[in-house]
Design a protein around this ligand. Structure first.
Ligand code: FAD
Length: 255
C-alpha cells in the first residue's frame, strides 16, 4: 500500500492562461516513477477526493507535473505558492511500454493529454510527435518537445497555429508515408477513438493513456472502470490500477 508524501513545491510557472507547470521535491518518488504513471494529489480547499495528474518529467529528486485548471480541485492547486507543501500519493498506475526494439515510434497527444508524453518523447528512439490544441493561445511546451523530438508538429482545431485540424489526421498522413512500429497516445476520448481506429486500419501496435474521471486512485472503488475485451469478472478494468496506459486492442472506448 502506497503512503502519501508531503512534498515541497519548488517551482511554479503559468505556461498559458490556466495551465501551470509545478515541480515538487519528491524524495523517493523520483527514483521509482515510471513514464506514464500519475500522482494523486490532495488539492486542499475542502476537496474530498484527490485529483489525478500525470507525471510530466522526473529529474534529480524532482517530479514535474503540468495541469490545466478545470474545476474546484485544480483551481485550489493553482493557488499554491513556491515553498508550500503538497500531499501527494504516488507514483500510481501502469505506464507506457518502452522498449528498445521500437525504432520508429509515433506519439499523438491532445490538450491536457500532451503532458505525460513529454517524458515519453525523451525516452523513446527518435519519435515523430503530433500535438493537438484547440487554438494558438492553448499551445504549450512546443519548444520543449522540439528540443527532445525534432520531428514535432503542432495542430490546432481552428488553424490559428500549425496544421489546421486534428493531431490524429497527422498520424494518418504519417502512416501513409513513413514506417511506425508503435503508436502512443493520450488526450480527449474522441481523439483516442480516432487513434485506435487508425491503428487498427494500419495494423499498428498502439498504447492509449486514458485520463478518465477517478475516485480513490488505488483500485478500491469503481469510478474509473473501463470496458475491456476480456470475458466474465475481468471484463471491466480499473483505469487507476490496471491503467492509465492500456494496449488499444484491449479496451472498448464507449461513447
Ligand atoms: C490518470 C490521469 C491523469 C491526468 N493527468 C492530467 C494532467 O497531467 N494534467 C491535467 O491538466 N489534467 C490531468 N488529468 C485530468 C485531471 O485529473 C482533471 O482535470 C481534474 O481531476 C479535474 O478536477 P477539478 O476538481 O479541477 O475539476 P472538477 O470540478 O472535478 O471538474 C471540472 C470539469 O473537469 C472535467 N473533468 C474532471 N475530470 C476530468 C478528466 N479526468 N478528464 C477530463 N476532464 C475532466 C469535469 O467533467 C468538469 O467539466 C488526468 C486525469 C487522469 C485520470
Amino acid at each position: 500500500m502506497k503512503k502519501a508524501q508531503i512534498c515541497e513545491l519548488l517551482y511554479k510557472k503559468e505556461l498559458a492562461e490556466g495551465i501551470f507547470d509545478f515541480r515538487i521535491k519528491s524524495g523517493e518518488m523520483a527514483d521509482v516513477a515510471k513514464c506514464g504513471q500519475f500522482l494523486h494529489i490532495d488539492c486542499g480547499d475542502g476537496t474530498l477526493l484527490r485529483r489525478p495528474i500525470s507525471i510530466c518529467d522526473v529529474y534529480d529528486d524532482v517530479v514535474r507535473f503540468v495541469f490545466e485548471v478545470k474545476g474546484k480541485g485544480t483551481k485550489a492547486l493553482a493557488q499554491k505558492k513556491v515553498g508550500d507543501t503538497l500531499d501527494v500519493l504516488g507514483p500510481l498506475g501502469h505506464g507506457f511500454d518502452i522498449n528498445d526494439d521500437y525504432q520508429s515510434p509515433v506519439i499523438v497527444g491532445g490538450g491536457i493529454g500532451i503532458f505525460p508524453l513529454y517524458q515519453l518523447s525523451k525516452l523513446v528512439n527518435n519519435p515523430a510527435v503530433y500535438l493537438g490544441f484547440r487554438s494558438a493561445n492553448r499551445v504549450v511546451m512546443e519548444d520543449e518537445f522540439k528540443s527532445v523530438a525534432e520531428n514535432t508538429q503542432i495542430a490546432t482545431d481552428d488553424g490559428s497555429y500549425g496544421f489546421k485540424g486534428y493531431a490524429a489526421e497527422l498520424l494518418k498522413k504519417h502512416l501513409d508515408e513513413k514506417p511506425c512500429d508503435i503508436i502512443y497516445s493520450c488526450g480527449p476520448m474522441p481523439m483516442l477513438r480516432a487513434v485506435k481506429k487508425i491503428a487498427e486500419d494500419y495494423g499498428a501496435k498502439c498504447q492509449l493513456s486514458l485520463e478518465q474521471r477517478m475516485g480513490c486512485g488505488i483500485g478500491a472503488c469503481l469510478v474509473c472502470s473501463c470496458e475491456t475485451k476480456r470475458e466474465g469478472t475481468e471484463k471491466y478494468a480499473k483505469v487507476c490500477k490496471d491503467g492509465p496506459v492500456f494496449w488499444a486492442d484491449e479496451v472498448t472506448l464507449n461513447d
